[in-house]
Design a protein around this ligand. Structure first.
Ligand code: MD3
Ligand code: FE
Length: 199
C-alpha cells in the first residue's frame, strides 16, 4: 500500500493472528540463545529499547560506535538463524535478489522509545529494509532525507513496512508505544523485527 511517501510501503495486517503468534514463539525461543540486552550509545547512554539479533550479522552499539558483528556482545555466541517465515516475507515483499543477512530485534516496554535517526550502518543503501511490528501499537515518525514533510503512522501488530529508494535514508523513530494495546507479547510490549542487508 503506498503511503504518499516515495519508497515507503506499508502493508497493514500482512500477518494473520496465527502467523503473529507463531513468529513471536519462534523469536522468544531464539532469545534463549541470544538474550535481549540494553545497548549503550557511543556517548554511553543506555537505549530504552532492549535488543538482540538473528542471522549471520547483528547490529550493535557500544562505546566504540555502531556496527554489524557476527556474535552477541555479552555471550560471544553466534546469533541464531532468521526464521524461514521472515526470509519468505522478504522475498515476497521486496523481491531483492539476496536474502537479508541481519535481523534486529527491538523490544519496547515501560515507555521505551527510539529517537529520530537514520539507518546508515549498512554497506549498500540501495538494498531495502523490511520491518515487522508485533504486539502493542506504536506511533512511528518519518521525515524524508531530501524534501517533504514529517509524517506519522501508527504501526499495529502484524503490520509490515518496506523502506527503499528515497525513503531508505529518511530520519525515523518511535515516538511512543500504546502500552497494553495488544496481548500478543508474553510480558507485554512491542516487538519489532527489522530485516536488512548489512554487507
Ligand atoms: C525508515 N526501528 O531498528 S521500524 C531501527 O520500530 C528502527 O523498532 C524502529 O528504526 C522500530 O533502526 C522502526 C521501521 C523502520 C525501519 C527501518 C527504516 C523505518 C525505517 C529505515 C529507513 C527509514
Ligand atoms: Fe531505524
Amino acid at each position: 500500500m503506498p503511503t504518499g511517501l516515495p519508497g515507503f510501503r506499508l502493508w497493514p495486517s500482512a500477518l494473520s493472528e496465527a502467523e503473529q503468534t507463531a513468529l513471536v514463539e519462534q523469536v522468544f525461543a531464539a532469545l534463549e540463545a541470544a538474550p535481549l540486552y540494553r545497548p549503550v550509545t557511543p556517548g554511553g547512554r543506555p537505549f530504552s529499547v532492549r535488543m538482540t539479533n538473528l542471522g549471520p550479522l547483528g547490529w550493535v552499539s557500544d562505546r566504540n560506535g555502531y556496527r554489524y558483528q557476527p556474535a552477541h556482545p555479552e555471550t560471544g555466541a553466534a546469533w541464531p538463524p532468521i526464521p524461514a517465515v521472515l526470509l519468505d516475507l522478504w522475498d515476497q515483499l521486496t523481491g531483492w535478489p539476496a536474502p537479508p543477512d541481519a535481523c534486529l530485534v527491538n523490544l519496547y516496554r515501560e515507555g521505551a522509545k527510539m529517537g529520530l535517526h537514520q539507518d546508515r550502518d549498512e554497506a549498500d543503501h540501495t538494498a531495502p529494509v523490511l520491518s515487522v511490528s508485533l504486539g502493542d501499537t506504536a506511533t512511528f515518525r518519518i521525515s524524508p532525507a531530501e524534501r517533504g514533510p514529517t509524517r506519522t503512522f501508527r504501526l499495529t501488530s502484524g503490520d509490515v513496512c518496506a523502506l527503499t529508494g528515497p525513503a531508505r535514508l529518511a530520519r525515523h523513530g518511535i515516538d511512543r508505544v500504546l502500552e497494553g494495546s495488544s496481548r500478543l507479547i508474553p510480558g507485554g510490549g512491542r516487538l519489532n523485527l527489522t530485516l536488512r542487508r548489512a554487507l
